[in-house]
Design a protein around this ligand. Structure first.
Ligand code: ZN
Length: 140
């Protein structure tokens, strides 16, 4: 007997036992494996994660997962965006007007500056605190 971790087209995860690996292939091909969650027969083998990761995942609450995702977003911004500090409005406007080459930036803007940028049609996104990286110590 062999146990497979499977997933359906909707990314529901489940496990099933088969006589051997060809047993899985045969049943999958004939549409005999059904997702217990949604009944789909479009099933594929799930990528196996180490047992440790699986048990950790089971403990993860939505709050934990949000924290983890927020952390990834913060790291992504920190690694890929230039921190421009209080020059944010000036920089964003210069890029929008074509005076400076476009790049990814983040920084601070006062509510007044944000509104002015919005009125001028400069696309800026306010970052929620949870997604705002700690600014680097030195500003270039
Ligand atoms: Zn499903």
């Amino acid at each position: 007997m062999i146990k497979y971790a499977l997933r359906c087209e909707h990314d529901d995860r489940f496990e099933a036992w088969f006589a051997d690996s060809s047993g899985y292939d045969d049943q999958a091909a004939r549409g005999l494996i059904e997702c217990p969650e949604c009944g789909s027969i479009k099933i594929s083998k799930a990528i196996m994660a180490p047992a440790v990761a699986t048990s950790r995942k089971r403990e993860a609450t939505p709050q934990h997962q949000l924290k983890e995702i927020a952390g990834k977003v913060r790291t992504h911004i920190r690694n890929n965006y230039d921190y421009v500090g209080n020059e944010f409005a000036t920089e964003a406007r210069a890029m929008h007007d074509g005076d400076k080459p476009e790049r990814l930036i983040y920084g601070e803007a006062s509510p007044k500056e944000s509104k002015a940028l919005k009125d001028e049609g400069v696309p800026v996104t306010p970052l929620p605190d949870a997604l705002t990286p700690v600014p680097p110590k030195k500003v270039n």
